[in-house]
Design a protein around this ligand. Structure first.
Ligand code: AKB
Length: 330
């Protein structure tokens, strides 16, 4: 049953390589807009189609096509793939860990039914498909320090359960139908654009509130260690992975990370830039989620197979975030 997808190669009829045409779902979330900028720089503005169900800002309309697309509407997605002759699909739409727990039926629809639609679409039209997974795909039975690529998963959030399902279904479609499925498990992603409803969000919120109000109340305990990555590293991992020749990939799902820190360690680095910052702690339900996630993520397989390297450590990340948030939000 194995069929090699043709469109993933993006070869014209006269045998010249053309840039891929890329559809991004959930394009107005934390990763989508920045990812579109990077891909547009590399493949041309008109070749990257940003989609979402929320109203775009002026900025997201500036550099290339934006269209409405609901991942629960299979026919609507089919029309976009056909009209825009899509080659690659990057599927960012998802409810994150904390917000997923507040509305499980919605998370099931968006994260599971929505994923079924895009994966089926990718199979039918032979698209290369990227679906991000997460440290949230692990749970209390997983080794937490370090967490290897292959180990027990059994997450305790609907977000984690839906991501394990996506990993397994993607691998299955790859082996059964030859689908060019690619998946990276990301840690907490830190960018100056606010994320929506995750457990790692404190590591973004403290920059905004700290720089604006000089105070921050943290919902995790000071010693809660989690793996993290700066947006620039996260997107270069994605870009590099998407462009890795098939024959170098020994698996379809890889852990990637850059660092691990606790709230206390992040704040003490931030004190160097905001000496009068006041921190208080008030742990809530997100503490329970974080306690069951990896503390240190083992991404040695990504480093070995396709040369993944991060550039930002904690010191460099804090410096860049202070600069970016000050320029764009103060
Ligand atoms: C979340 O906290 O839910 C996300 C993630 C780690 O996947 N940022």
């Amino acid at each position: 049953n194995y069929e090699k997808p043709d469109s993933a190669k993006c070869v014209n009829t006269n045998n010249t390589v053309k840039p891929p045409r890329i559809l991004i779902t959930g394009g107005l979330g934390q990763l989508g807009t920045e990812c579109a900028k990077l891909l547009r720089r590399n493949y041309g503005n008109e070749n990257v189609i940003l989609t979402d169900i929320i109203k775009p800002t002026k900025e997201s309309l500036e550099n290339g096509p934006f269209i409405f697309a609901d991942i629960l509407d299979f026919k609507g997605l089919q029309k976009i793939v056909v009209d825009y002759r899509i080659d690659w699909l990057i599927h960012f739409s998802a409810l994150l860990s904390a917000v997923g727990e507040q509305n499980v039926p919605l998370a099931v629809r968006v994260n599971i039914e929505g994923m079924h639609n895009v994966i089926e679409l990718a199979k039918q039209y032979k698209l290369r498909i990227f679906i991000p997974s997460t440290i949230g795909a692990f749970g209390p039975d997983s080794p937490r320090n370090p967490t290897p690529n292959i180990t027990v998963q059994r997450p305790r959030t609907i977000y984690g359960v839906s991501k394990v399902h996506a990993e397994l279904l993607g691998e299955y479609y790859h082996h059964r139908f030859g689908l060019d499925f690619r998946c990276l498990r990301f840690p907490g992603v830190i960018s100056c654009d606010p994320p929506g409803g995750g457990t790692t969000d404190y590591a973004v919120a403290v920059f905004h509130e700290g720089l604006l109000n000089k105070r921050y109340e943290c919902y995790l305990e000071p010693h809660t260690r989690l793996p993290m990555i700066y947006i620039e590293d996260c997107l270069s991992a994605l870009f590099q992975f998407l462009n890795t020749p098939d024959e170098l990939l020994r698996r379809r799902v890889y852990n990637v990370t850059a660092m691990s820190f606790t709230p206390e360690e992040l704040f003490s680095e931030l004190f160097k830039h905001i000496p009068d910052l006041k921190i208080t702690y008030k742990p809530d339900k997100r503490q329970y989620i974080a306690e069951n996630w990896p503390q240190v993520f083992d991404d040695s397989e990504a480093r070995r197979d396709w040369g993944w390297r991060h550039k930002y450590d904690l010191e460099r990340l804090v410096k860049s975030m202070v600069r970016d948030v000050s320029i764009n939000f103060l």
